[in-house]
Write a protein that binds this ligand. Sequence first.
Ligand code: AMP
Length: 219
Amino acid sequence: MKNIIFIGPPGAGKGTQAQIAVERTGLVHVSTGDLFRAALKQGTELGLKAKGYMDAGELVPDTLVIDMLLERLDKPDITTGVIFDGFPRTLEQAHTLDTTLAARSSQIDSVVLFKVDDDVLLKRISGRISSKVTGMVYNKYFDPPRDAEGNDISDSDEFVQRADDSEETVRNRLKVYHTQTEPLIDYYNERGVLHTINGEQAMEQVTSDLLQVLDELMA
Ligand code: AMP
């Protein structure tokens, strides 16, 4: 059983890299953000409670996140270990995770930090749009959708932005990351499990650095 945490500011590429890491390691991807979005889609009480915090770029209160996570960890597919994506985000969540894993004779084996500066993130996230028709994700600054003649069609009705990807919300999500989540970096560094990856590199290079860490861990 191996457990890995992906830490990084919003837009650092954790979700994309987590998919690749799952294929490489066979571990199960658990993203608390995805779990909240799924709950909201299903219209559950938890989803509705989380929505206000998510739209404002605030953290959902620890008790709600922790209860949801513990329920997820009780599912039968959690046998080989987990890649935690977007959890823990506070020291309290980190402590709870330690206790929970210890009760299962398990632990956090590795923490991967994706490091990206705020100005890069702001453009990455506030430019993120997706097609209502195909689900494809684009970036209106770096990779705009184009019509057959090559014209930028980012402003067409076909493309929508995630409610929490607006510039104002992104600024708040970054502030929350710096104040509430960054203390976890020291917490895991002191235990000697922290690996830092430069998330500003080209995506392929980020992946290659990540696979090196994962291969060592799984060897
Ligand atoms: P993400 O997709 O990981 O960026 O998460 C989207 C939003 O869900 C965050 O901005 C928070 O409002 C909420 N959220 C996700 N994970 C957590 C967590 N571990 N603790 C508190 N709130 C969370």
